[in-house]
Design a protein around this ligand. Structure first.
Ligand code: NAP
Length: 313
C-alpha cells in the first residue's frame, strides 16, 4: 500500500483509508459485528494505516472496534467530533464540548492521542468561535492531537477552515461530484492542506450495479438521497464511465477509484466497504501505483461526463 504526505501535517498515511460509517450500520443498514471486525482486520493486514471514524458512528461502537482491533503505533485515526446527539443544538464545537467528546473518544479507543481531529460538518458561524481554534492549537502543542481539520461538503466552509488554519479537509469527491475540490486545488497546494476524499463511489452508484428499478429503504440513507427519477438519470450517466472502461480499468469501480487517486491533491481515498469481499474488490480495483489513470483517459472521461450532462456539482 502506497502512502502520501498529509499536507504539511508531517503525517504519512496510506492512500486508501477505511471509512467506518457504512460498517457502523448507521448509513446503509446493519452489518454483523463479526464482519465489522473482519473488515477492519483485513484492511490493516492489507496495509491500510488510516481509519476514518466519527464519535457518533454506531453510537460510539466504531471507536471501540477500532481501539480493540488496531495497534496504536502503526495506525492513524481521523476522528470527527462535534455532533452531540443528546444536546441542543446538536452541532457543538465549543471548547468544553470538544474536550469532553475527545476524552470520551480516546477512552473508547483506548488511545492516548488522536492523530487527526476533524470538526464534523461545522456551519460557517462555528468559525467565529476563537476559543475553539485556540483549543485546537493547545491540543496540538500538548501532542494530544497531531493535526486538525474539518469535514465538510461545502466549498465556502472549506475555504473558511483553511483561513482558520485547518491542515486537513475531508470532502466528498468522485466522478459525479468534483468541481468544489478541483476549484480548491491551488489553495490546498499553497497552504499544504491534506485532503481525505470520501464517497468515491457516490454511495455505491459508481460501482455500476444498480438497476433502474433499485429501491432503498430506511435506515439506508439512499432512500432519502435519490428519488426514482434522479436515480434513473444518474444510472444513465454511468455510460460516461463505461466509455473509458477496459485495459487497466476493468470495472466501473476501478474508473471511480482511480479517478480519485489520480488527483494529486487527494491524500487518501476513504473507502466504504461493508464486507470483506467489497474491501478486496476496492483494493484490487484501485491499483497499486501511479499513473492511476493516464492523462488521455482522464480527458476522455471528462469529455464523456460532460456529454452525459454531468456537471461535477
Ligand atoms: N461527512 C463526512 O465526514 C463523511 C460523509 C460520508 C462518508 N464519510 C466517510 O467515508 C466513508 C465512505 O463513504 P460512503 O459510504 O459515502 O462511500 P462510498 O464508497 O461512496 O459508498 C459506499 C457504498 O458503496 C457500496 N460499495 C462499497 N464497496 C463496494 C464494492 N466493492 N462493490 C460494489 N459496491 C460497493 C456499498 O453499498 P451497497 O453494497 O449497499 O450498494 C457501500 O455502502 C464512510 O464510511 C465515512 O468514513 C465521511
Amino acid at each position: 500500500m502506497r502512502k502520501r504526505q498529509l499536507g504539511k501535517s508531517g503525517l504519512l498515511v496510506s492512500e486508501l483509508a477505511l471509512g467506518t460509517w457504512g460498517l457502523s450500520g448507521d448509513a446503509y443498514g446493519p452489518v454483523p459485528e463479526i464482519e465489522v471486525d473482519r473488515v477492519v482486520d483485513r484492511a490493516a493486514a492489507l496495509g491500510v494505516t488510516l481509519f476514518d471514524v466519527a464519535d457518533v458512528y454506531g453510537g460510539g461502537q466504531m471507536l471501540r472496534v477500532l481501539g480493540r482491533r488496531l495497534a496504536e503505533k502503526t495506525t492513524q485515526i481521523a476522528l470527527k467530533l462535534g455532533t452531540n446527539i443528546d444536546g441542543y443544538p446538536v452541532k457543538q464545537f465549543d471548547k468544553t464540548y470538544l474536550r469532553m467528546a475527545l476524552e470520551t473518544s480516546l477512552e473508547r479507543m483506548k488511545r492516548g492521542t488522536a492523530n487527526i481531529l476533524l470538526l464534523h460538518n461545522p456551519s460557517l458561524a462555528s468559525f467565529d468561535e476563537d476559543e475553539t481554534f485556540a483549543y485546537l492549537a493547545e491540543l496540538r502543542s500538548a501532542v494530544q492531537i497531531k493535526t486538525w481539520g474539518v469535514s465538510t461538503g461545502s466549498k465556502a466552509i472549506a475555504e473558511r477552515a483553511i483561513e482558520r488554519g485547518a491542515e486537513v479537509l475531508e470532502m466528498p469527491y468522485n466522478c459525479f461530484l468534483f468541481e468544489d475540490v478541483r476549484s480548491l486545488g491551488t489553495t490546498l497546494r499553497e497552504k499544504g492542506v491534506g485532503l481525505l476524499a470520501h464517497s468515491v463511489l457516490a454511495y455505491g452508484l459508481l460501482a455500476g450495479s444498480f438497476t433502474d428499478s433499485r429501491e432503498f429503504y430506511p435506515p439506508d440513507h439512499r432512500a432519502e438521497r435519490w428519488n426514482p427519477e434522479d436515480l434513473k438519470e444518474r444510472i444513465a450517466q454511468l455510460a460516461a464511465l463505461r466509455a473509458v472502461m477496459g485495459g487497466p480499468l476493468p470495472t466501473m469501480r476501478s474508473v471511480a477509484l482511480r479517478f480519485a487517486l489520480s488527483n494529486d491533491r487527494v491524500t487518501s481515498a476513504v473507502l466504504g466497504p461493508r464486507n470483506q469481499q467489497q474491501l478486496d474488490q476496492l483494493i484490487r480495483d484501485a491499483g497499486r501505483a501511479p499513473p492511476y489513470m493516464s492523462h488521455e483517459t482522464l480527458g476522455d472521461l471528462e469529455r464523456a461526463l460532460k456529454a452525459y450532462g454531468v456537471t461535477g456539482l
